[in-house]
Design a binder for this molecule. Sequence first.
Ligand code: HGY
Ligand code: MN
Ligand code: MN
Ligand code: MN
Length: 399
Amino acid sequence: METVTSLLDAIAGTGRDARRGGYTRPVYSTAELDLRAWFADAAGRRGLDVDTDRNGIMWAWWGAPQPGALVTGSHLDSVPGGGAFDGPLGVACALAAVDELRARGVRPRRPLAITVFPEEEGSRFGVACLGSRLLTGGIDADRARRLRDAGGTTFAEAARANGLDPEHLGADPEALARIGDFVELHVEQGRGLGEDGPAVAVGGSILGHGRWKLSITGEGNHAGTTLMEDRRDPMVAAAQIIVAARQVAAARKGARATVGRIQPVPGGTNVIASRVDLWVDVRHPEDAVTARLVETIHGKAQKIAAFEGCSVALTEESWSGTVHFDAALQRQLENALPGAPVLATGAGHDAGVLAGHVPSGMLFVRNPTGFSHSPEEFVGPADADAGAAALADALEALL
Ligand code: HGY
Ligand code: MN
Ligand code: MN
Ligand code: MN
């Protein structure tokens, strides 16, 4: 039987990012398409029937597709310079869990499917969990079609280039009805699972999280001929806004605010920018607090921009409230994994989007580095196999 590490070794060279380190596998890039092909091949070799639905979600079936199936899966796209496990670990463990269930002679009483959701990271088209939001009607299909990547390609164009009909993107109640229970296994993106003790935890909740775009408009001009007193420089406003966002979050227990992406326009070394776009990712366990944090950051941004002779516009790009997983399913997972701790996660997941529609749960596998969205992310071979065995235990209890 293949170990999880050997499954992952097969894709270890795909989408490596020499400049950033780690992996860069945006949705529908060659790298992510290669990983989709890897999944389809590995699932096919296990006799699973693989198809892709109208939202680009891949489904690999053990048993005929029908409502109320047991579904497990994750994603294969990554953030820029991401780790090797965020997403692929859940898919590889699902494949290994099917092997394990077969080795145990388990005869499922209902179909089991493994899913791969597109654009979970939202790193190409800007909306996290785009695939599961489309499936559940969590995003307006027209808005999804119009989303653009940095190169100006719309999601509709990318979907069409990959064999989908953009007009058919959107809520898919028939596909959603096929999910009776959903369990996602994921690398832990923190250090809740210490060095020793259980390698696998049960998910308890997902921290509410969203991303807002701030567009700061000033006056583009020449770096050499424009006196300092004559400038309306949005980059100077942006720098102060980033610090202000940090201060607002640091002042509130449990809050997180991150600006990981900033785009000056036109972006020349000897050019005073005319506009600067930046994205702030804000998270807090209480949704009302997150809303207030964003308001405060926006208010400070307006004051800073005005002081710098600029203006600022705020756009919400995506938002998911804090999710507490289905209590009955969580209990079943805990019973299947005696002694496994229950962990809250600060990271978003497709399971969090699905949790609003079908009983969903998560399992987390120890990452001794605690790093994620980073090349440092790591899962040891023994823990990876422990994850697959735990997933098999959970699925067996639910099948
Ligand atoms: O951003 C997140 O929390 C997730 O990894 N997409
Ligand atoms: Mn992930
Ligand atoms: Mn991630
Ligand atoms: Mn995620």
